[in-house]
Ligand binder design. Structure first.
Ligand code: GRG
Length: 318
């Protein structure tokens, strides 16, 4: 099989990531290759949504956490995770959710293909993710652990819950006491952090990492997820639609760290979380270099540069 995405080679991080991305997208094409009897239009819409210019951060994290495991199993698990992520983006953009029209620099799926096809495409991708896990090259116990990790991330205390709170807020009985910062932290963990945690857990399962290492990788993903959501919320306020590749100003009136703390303090919180994420990598005793490289790619360069300028005393306690 093609080993060009092996991160133990001497290629630069950039070259290694590009090789990984090509291998992942080729594999994705294979999974989406119209199965006999599948509606061509539905498959085209699903293909459009997933093959658009996503950053592929989640599959790459999974790949890093799973170093040493079977390459094909890591690619398949990465495809499954990216399918779930793409399904969540399609649903998030719908008029009844965030009502956004631009995603990954292109018309959102419901704009290009209609709402019905967008919903069906998302459900199809979600379903196919589990089908892929059911047949990937791993032992039975690993496949069960992968299903558990993914379903925990998607389900009633994960993506679905985070989105319900994000769209409709907390209801009586949701235990929303504790103030705005705790509520925001909780929603961010559920709508964004869970898929990063799933990436690390799925990789760790396939790479047979020990319990201690998994615990630290999980902490890394939790902090990275919180930091990533703050950076995304800052983008919503600071960037143009073209720079962002998706609609901006969608968070107006929502509870976010940027709204609650103001951009400056939210940024400091984001940078502190990234620092904490790095400490978790150290504790996990993994090579931090490819993770740091990835953070440098997915976080805005100007935002990361502010690390130097951020006065320590202004940083928030959390
Ligand atoms: C049943 C799968 C499923 C979901 C239902 C709609 C929903 C619940 C959840 C939406 C959660 C959501 C969209 C959270 C935002 C997370 C976020 C910041 C996404 C952007 O991720 P990037 O920047 O996107 O990695 P790319 O396009 O690069 O992949």
């Amino acid at each position: 099989m093609n080993m060009t995405h092996d991160l133990s080679s001497t290629a630069s991080h950039d070259e290694r990531f590009r090789a990984f991305r090509t291998a992942l997208e080729q594999r994705m094409h294979l999974h989406l290759g119209t199965p006999p009897g599948a509606p061509a239009r539905l498959m085209a819409a699903s293909g459009d949504a997933i093959m658009a210019s996503g950053k592929r951060m989640r599959p790459f994290l999974l790949h890093l956490a799973g170093q040493g495991a079977c390459d094909m199993a890591l690619l398949d698990a990465g495809c499954a995770l990216e399918m779930v992520h793409t399904a969540s983006l399609i649903l998030d953009d719908l008029p009844c959710m965030d009502d956004a029209s631009l995603r990954r620099g292109k018309p959102a799926t419901h704009v290009a293909w209609g709402e019905a096809t967008a919903i069906l495409g998302a459900v199809g991708l979600l379903n196919q993710a589990y089908a892929i896990i059911g047949t990937l090259q791993a032992d039975d116990a690993q496949r069960v652990a992968l299903v558990n990790a993914l379903s925990r991330a998607v389900g009633w205390t994960g993506l679905v819950a985070g989105q319900e709170y994000d769209v409709n807020g907390f209801a009586a009985g949701d235990g929303a006491a504790g103030g705005a910062l705790r509520r925001i932290d909780r929603v961010n963990r559920m709508k964004t952090g869970v898929l990063l945690v799933a990436a690390m857990e799925m990789g760790a399962v396939l790479g047979s990492r020990d319990a201690e290492c998994r615990r630290h990788l999980r902490r890394f993903a939790e902090d990275l997820g919180q930091a990533f959501q703050i950076a995304d919320d800052l983008g919503d306020v600071i960037k143009t639609r073209e720079e962002f590749g998706k609609d901006v100003g969608k968070d107006a009136g929502k509870e976010t760290f940027v709204a609650a703390l103001g951009p400056e303090r939210a940024l400091h919180r984001c940078l502190d979380l990234l620092l904490r994420a790095q400490h978790a990598l150290d504790a996990a005793k993994v090579d931090p270099a490819p993770y740091q490289w990835m953070i440098g790619q997915v976080f805005d360069r100007d935002l990361l540069a502010a690390r130097v300028a951020a006065p320590r005393e202004e940083r928030v306690a959390y």
